[in-house]
Ligand binder design. Structure first.
Ligand code: GRF
Length: 199
């Protein structure tokens, strides 16, 4: 299966996925890395691994759907079977979600449905939860809402800052994201309503 990874930033999750493909843990090919940010370090990571990259500037497109159509055109060319969002900071249009329904994954740095949005780590810390951690889920029409594939628990320590907590959440992300992708590629992920069963 060909997969595409969409990133806007550092790309540590992309790196974990690259390694997992390299070792054969994920039996798939990363056919394309797409970014909406030409300065994203994720692009350097992709290039270092010999993966094709595509940068699209949202400012060049009048509406969200036009941007998304351009992404989809490129994904279709590569016959992409799974779209992986890894720190991609743009909302996908309903058009995109329909085209790839149940074939788009995202990772969120909190235990959904708690602490949705872009401040998941900060919000969890400020709320005072004792356990948090990342969630891998399918993407549907609502933000951070689709069926949950994998989650991992991370204990919040008394002296944690956003930075130290994020560091430990990232370590877990780098385990469960490749794991979820592997399961999907192997055809072992079954969606039943909101529940995802692993076979
Ligand atoms: C991750 O923490 C992920 O949970 C969130 O964006 C961050 C991306 O980090 N969606 P990186 O670019 O993979 O390092």
């Amino acid at each position: 299966m060909n997969i595409a990874v969409l990133c806007s930033g550092n790309g540590t999750n992309l790196q974990a996925i690259i390694e997992a493909v390299k070792t054969g843990f994920i039996p798939a090919k990363i056919a394309l890395v797409v970014s909406d940010n030409g300065g994203a370090y994720a692009l350097t990571r992709a290039k270092n691994a010999g993966i094709e990259t595509l940068v699209l500037n949202p400012k060049d497109y009048p509406v969200r759907e036009a941007f998304d159509k351009e992404v989809i055109k490129n994904l279709s060319k590569k016959e992409v079977g799974l779209v992986v969002l890894a720190g991609f900071m743009r909302l996908l249009s309903p058009y995109f979600i329909n085209e790839y329904r149940n074939r788009i994954m995202n990772i969120h740095p909190a235990l959904l449905p708690s602490f949705k949005g872009t401040r998941g780590v900060k919000d969890a810390l400020e709320y005072g939860v004792k356990i948090t951690g990342p969630t891998v889920h399918f993407v549907d029409d609502k933000l951070d809402h689709g069926p949950i594939i994998l989650q991992s628990a991370v204990e919040v320590k008394d002296d944690d800052t956003e930075e130290t907590l994020l560091g430990r959440i990232h370590q877990e992300e780098h385990k469960i994201y490749p794991q979820a992708i592997k399961l999907f590629v192997e055809g072992r992920v079954k969606i039943e309503g909101r529940r995802v069963k692993i076979t």
